[in-house]
Design a protein around this ligand. Structure first.
Ligand SMILES: [Ca+2]
Ligand SMILES: [Ca+2]
Ligand SMILES: [Ca+2]
Ligand SMILES: [Ca+2]
Length: 376
């Protein structure tokens, strides 16, 4: 064996030996599974999580409910209702939103926020101001300034502003204010009264009741206060305008009966001679029907529906009691309402064909009123 061959074989042996060591070490490292026992080590420990622990997500409340909800007011029986609650449409998961909600709670179109009226005492006088609160009860605050009384809040369709009726010493004007409380402006400025404003579905107009010539008319105005027109310059009282969902028509009351006209004031038509009570006449979400409550006897109101042209009048509820404040489900298949038929106020739902009556609240110790349905 020559020297060259010895070196060659020796070199090969060393290389093989090094390869063997390297593989053994790799297998040994691979069998050391950190993840397999770290959870046991970390369980119940307040030490810093190891490399396999997931960072815990920051809990954030969604900007609006994930599904349809019914908002309502709840109070001690016989003492009025001033707590705002929301619940599922089957009555499940009732949850408190805000205290001191006197009236006119209105859900923003995007579902994020309620506007409502609450009494404020300044000196010896108590008057209404407009407040907002997030749907989950967060961030309640007063929106309108303390001077003058503010009532009847209605949302702009983009949920950024509120229009309301502002009263200083009996002269009502229409005010617009941003939802952050900034930029409150009067869009009417006259010595006669202006009430009950409602924003159009496309955001371009505001309809309201205007006292002109000694009786109430229906007026339109641009949200910046320009372009005011009187749609019903007649000697009878025209009241409580509501937009059709597509903005092409306006529902209102004349001499107590329901009328519909085109949004430019043309083609006013009386719908079926019906006389709703309490100003409730509401278009279904698709605009095909109108629901309203009607007084039919002493302490006896029932809920009715009819087609948007006045045909097909149908009585939905049949209880010798007060059945009030109807509110459409987002899909138009049901109506929620309040009733005192069991001796205290409860929230009910009924299918639009009159079937499927359900009491959603069932709480004799409390009065539940003023249902307001919202859906994404
Ligand atoms: Ca005010
Ligand atoms: Ca005025
Ligand atoms: Ca009139
Ligand atoms: Ca009750």
């Amino acid at each position: 064996m020559n020297l060259k061959k010895v070196f060659y074989l020796g070199g090969m042996a060393i290389i093989l030996f090094l390869l063997l060591i390297s593989q053994t070490l790799t297998q040994a490292r691979g069998s050391f599974d950190l993840a397999s026992y770290l959870p046991i080590v970390l369980e119940g420990s307040s030490s810093t999580p190891g490399p396999t622990a997931e960072p815990s997500p920051t809990p954030t409340q969604p900007a609006q409910p994930s599904g349809p909800k019914i908002a309502y007011k709840r109070g001690a029986k016989g003492l009025g209702t001033n707590q705002l609650y929301i619940m599922d449409p089957d009555g499940g998961n009732p949850s408190f939103v805000q205290d001191g909600v006197d009236t006119n709670h209105r859900w923003s179109p995007d579902g994020s926020t309620f506007a409502y009226q609450a009494g404020v005492t300044v000196g010896s006088e108590t008057h209404y101001e407009i407040y907002t609160v997030k749907w989950d009860g967060a961030d309640p605050h007063r929106l309108t300034g303390l001077a003058g009384e503010d009532e009847n809040p209605h949302w702009s369709p983009d949920s950024s502003k509120i229009v309301c009726d502002h009263d200083v010493f009996g002269d009502h004007e229409i005010h617009v204010v941003s939802v952050d409380g900034s930029g409150e402006v009067s869009i009417t400025d006259n010595a006669v009264n202006d009430y009950n404003p409602v924003w159009s579905p496309d955001g371009s107009k505001i309809v309201f009741e205007c006292l002109r010539g000694g009786d109430r008319d229906i007026c339109l105005i641009n949200p910046d206060g320009s372009g005011e027109v009187n749609l019903t310059p007649n000697p009878t009282d025209d009241r409580l305008p509501q937009w059709s969902p597509d903005g092409s028509q306006i529902l209102y009351k004349t001499s107590g009966e329901v009328y519909v006209m085109d949004a430019d004031g043309s083609n006013p038509a009386n719908l079926n001679d019906v006389e709703p009570d309490a100003g409730y006449g509401l278009w279904s979400p698709d605009g095909s029907r109108i629901v309203f409550e009607k007084n039919v006897g002493f302490a006896h109101n029932e809920i009715f529906v009819m087609n948007a042209d006045g045909s097909g009048l149908q009585q939905l509820t049949h209880a010798e009691a007060l059945n009030k404040e109807p509110s459409w489900s987002p899909d138009g298949s049901q109506v929620a309402f309040s009733s005192n038929r069991d001796g205290n106020w409860e929230i009910y739902v009924i299918n639009v064909d009159g079937s499927g009556l359900q009491n959603l609240t069932n709480t004799p110790a409390y009065d539940e009123k003023s249902p307001l349905w919202w859906g994404p």
